[in-house]
Design a protein around this ligand. Structure first.
Ligand code: HEC
Ligand code: HEC
Length: 292
């Protein structure tokens, strides 16, 4: 790990484009060419505002990621004909009506019109499954119906079908405020999600809170750091050229700080998703969002 002075040098080099003036020329060259440079850009973040470490993780009024996006991205998300995520919503609508598994039933055979039966789901999930006591997100809930109600195999995370069905289901709550309630059953999971949110991790030794609370609104390489809410997911990312789940986005943040990525569907990511939903209380569901 770099010490504070090294970090400061990094910040200096980042801000001025030149290494700090006491550095030897050879060291300069190595620094500018080395992978440490990226490391430093992020290292600066942790160093700049240590005094804010005690700040609350939940700003009074949460701000959606879309408010931090450029005008081009905002326009794309707002127009259903330009929003590429709507292609997955349309695929989901088709799948909704296709019989699957040994039951030969479609989602529609039991749930009929999704615009009424699925409305509010994205505002209420993740929640605790009464039968198992585990946290379930929309993906897990859909797979529960596949297995138990359709007698079909569960769908893989990030498979086209699961993304399409999740986007379709979540889209039915677009515009509704996220409203996950804290109660005795989900409290231990919310607590655990919160712990993860504040835990420094990875080679960069950064916690979610260091970026998404203490540095929200600042630029990191090509991106503006938002408050890190999940209200737009599944979302279409230009970088992915596809729609992706919230867990894919979260794994990208783990990767960004060079931490070990938890598996899709792991308890860690589910608890984190639950905590994020609680943090996003009141924000409108945007699915399908568009992000850089
Ligand atoms: C044989 C009937 C049946 C089929 C087929 C079925 N489901 Fe379900 N589904 C249910 C029942 C019953 C529940 C409510 C169970 C509960 O309350 O936990 C449910 C609950 C859900 C929920 C949670 C709703 C809520 O308000 O919390 C979602 C989302 C869902 N199903 C999606 C799907 C999708 C997507 C498909 C098709 C891939 C599907 N279901 C197929 C019977 C079915
Ligand atoms: C090094 C800084 C950094 C850290 C640490 C970090 N992220 Fe991110 N995160 C980003 C950047 C950059 C983006 C993309 C721009 C944006 O939307 O904030 C992002 C995006 C997100 C988004 C998507 C927001 C949206 O509206 O599309 C979520 C959710 C998120 N992060 C959650 C987390 C969580 C949870 C953690 C901790 C496990 C975490 N991040 C750790 C930098 C970070």
């Amino acid at each position: 790990m770099l010490n504070v002075i090294d970090r400061w040098r990094c910040c200096w080099a980042e801000a001025t484009g030149k290494p700090q003036r006491f550095a030897k020329p050879l060291k300069r060259m190595r620094f500018l060419l080395s992978p440490w440079r990226n490391f430093c850009v992020i290292g600066c973040l942790a160093f700049t505002v240590p005094a804010l470490a005690q700040q609350a993780a939940t700003p009074a009024k949460p701000k959606s990621g879309i408010e931090f996006a450029g005008a081009d991205i905002r326009a794309m998300q707002a127009d259903d004909f330009a929003n590429p995520g709507m292609l997955w919503v349309a695929r989901g609508e088709k799948l909704w009506n296709v019989p699957a598994g040994r039951s030969n039933k479609s989602c529609a055979s039991c749930h009929q019109d999704a615009s009424s039966s699925m409305k509010t789901v994205a505002a209420r999930y993740p929640r605790i499954d009464a039968a198992t006591g585990k946290v379930i997100n929309i993906e897990t809930r859909i797979n529960g119906c596949r297995e138990r109600n359709q007698a079909a195999d569960p769908l893989q995370y990030e498979s086209e079908e699961l993304l399409a069905l999740t986007a379709y289901v979540a889209h039915q709550s677009r515009g509704m405020p996220v409203a996950v309630v804290a109660d005795a059953t989900n409290r231990p999971h919310l607590e655990r999600g919160r712990e993860i949110y504040y835990r420094r991790q990875g080679q960069m030794n950064l916690a979610c809170v260091n970026c998404h609370v203490q540095n929200a609104g600042r630029r990191l390489l090509a991106e503006t750091i938002s408050e890190g809410h999940g209200n737009a997911y599944p979302a279409y990312r230009l970088e992915w050229q596809a729609i992706g789940s919230l867990q894919r986005r979260l794994r990208a943040c783990y990767y960004g700080v060079r931490a070990v990525m938890p598996a899709f569907g792991s308890d860690e990511l589910l608890d984190l998703e639950l905590y994020l939903a609680r943090r996003a209380t009141g924000l409108a569901v945007e699915t399908p969002g568009v992000r850089r």
